[in-house]
Design a protein around this ligand. Structure first.
Ligand SMILES: [Zn+2]
Length: 369
């Protein structure tokens, strides 16, 4: 049986007022990071609250790779304030922090709806039940998955992505592409998830470089925001694969931005998964759809790997882990531990090709370059 249902109400454009009117809340709690408050990104929302006499509090201590400690700190404030809505404004870190808060609040038998306002286009976190938290003591990223974390509302306001730095456009955009390709090819993919995944892949190949070159290109930003959330819809239902497992392991150990490490290793993972003709077929299908050279299954799969390499190059992304300035000796010393953690990662079981300690370890060696 193939089931596909979307749990988040999506609004595209300047729709914050509309959503706030709809939920008629009197107390709101904003979760964001200090950069957002410093550059005045939260001001627009504060003004709306003041006009509508809505009591609000801002928690702007979200860090990159949010820890359990930060979630707990925010959670104490939420339980103390008891808002009627939580509003997450920011990239994946702010959204994931707010989702984890929502999850733990629910554990105390409280339900607080969540509005997600992504300021990057990539994680798809605004529509998924995943949140990645970091165990700072052991440098391990821990992906959590629970339906309680899915935001009730997501607002894709292109004004919020208008000032994104180029490196964030590249990292987050290539993350969305990784979601879409892994979703399309993984074991859990079905007819419905593949429609969304393939649409996202098309949109990303068409618009990511445009957005990277000209952040003022309104159409490219809107299309990338859509690509990001539909890739999110797709992988929410299908799961992901080892690209994410490896990225979680290397990213957690060496503090590399999630999207950057995903994009860096994506061509290697496509080639690894395509060593078998039956698994290469899915990559061939993507290439065929996009009009890349695909006269045979092998050629189609290879064309996709090459297309990602070219896109990476144009986005200023590295071509191997070595180029991320990670010391070779340190990397080698961690391979054993990283391989084990990648094998245990929740994304691994969905990978299209079966992996084991041996072939996964070989892949960790290969991606170093
Ligand atoms: Zn990702």
């Amino acid at each position: 049986m193939e089931i596909f249902e979307a749990n988040t109400e999506i609004y595209v454009g300047d729709k914050f007022d509309e959503v706030i009117n709809k939920i008629k809340c009197k107390k709101a709690f904003i979760v964001t990071d200090s950069v957002m408050t410093k550059i005045g990104m939260t001001k627009k929302f504060e003004n709306i609250f003041e006009q509508k006499n809505i009591e609000y509090k801002i928690f702007d201590e979200v860090e990159v790779d949010p820890s359990f400690e930060i979630v707990n700190k925010a959670l104490d404030k939420v339980i103390d304030f008891l808002p009627e809505v939580i509003i997450a404004i920011g990239g994946g870190s702010s959204l994931d922090t707010a989702k984890a808060i929502k999850y733990f609040v629910k554990k105390s038998n409280l339900f607080i709806p969540l509005i997600a306002l992504p300021t990057t286009s990539g994680t798809g976190s605004e529509v998924t039940s995943y949140a990645v938290l970091t165990d700072k003591k052991n440098n391990i990223k821990i992906p959590l998955k629970d339906n309680e974390m899915i935001p009730e509302y997501a607002i894709l306001d292109p004004e919020l992505t208008k000032t994104l730095p180029k490196s964030v456009v590249a990292d987050s955009g290539i993350d969305a592409l990784t979601h879409a390709i892994e979703s399309y090819t993984c074991k859990g993919a079905n007819f419905y998830t593949q429609i969304y995944a393939l649409s996202a892949i098309r949109l990303i190949f068409k618009n990511l470089l445009r957005m990277y070159k000209d952040i003022k290109d309104d159409e490219a930003r809107i299309e990338m925001a859509k690509a990001s959330y539909i890739a999110g819809f797709a992988f929410e239902k299908s799961g992901l694969g080892i690209n994410h497992s490896i990225a979680h392991a290397i990213g957690g150990k060496f503090h590399i931005a999630h999207g950057k490490i995903n994009g860096t290793i994506l061509p290697y993972v496509i080639r690894f998964n395509s060593e078998d003709k039956t698994t290469a077929l899915k990559y061939y299908e993507i290439s065929k759809d996009l009009g890349f050279p695909a006269n045979s299954i092998e050629e189609g799969a290879e064309s996709l790997a090459v297309a990602v390499e070219i896109l990476n190059k144009n986005l200023g992304l590295p071509s191997c882990v070595k180029d991320l300035a990670i010391d070779e000796e340190k990397y080698k010393n961690e391979i054993e531990i990283m391989t084990k953690s990648a094998l245990e990662d929740i994304c691994t079981s969905g990978n299209i090709r079966e992996v084991n300690l041996k072939n996964l370890k070989e892949l960790f060696v290969k991606v170093y370059g």
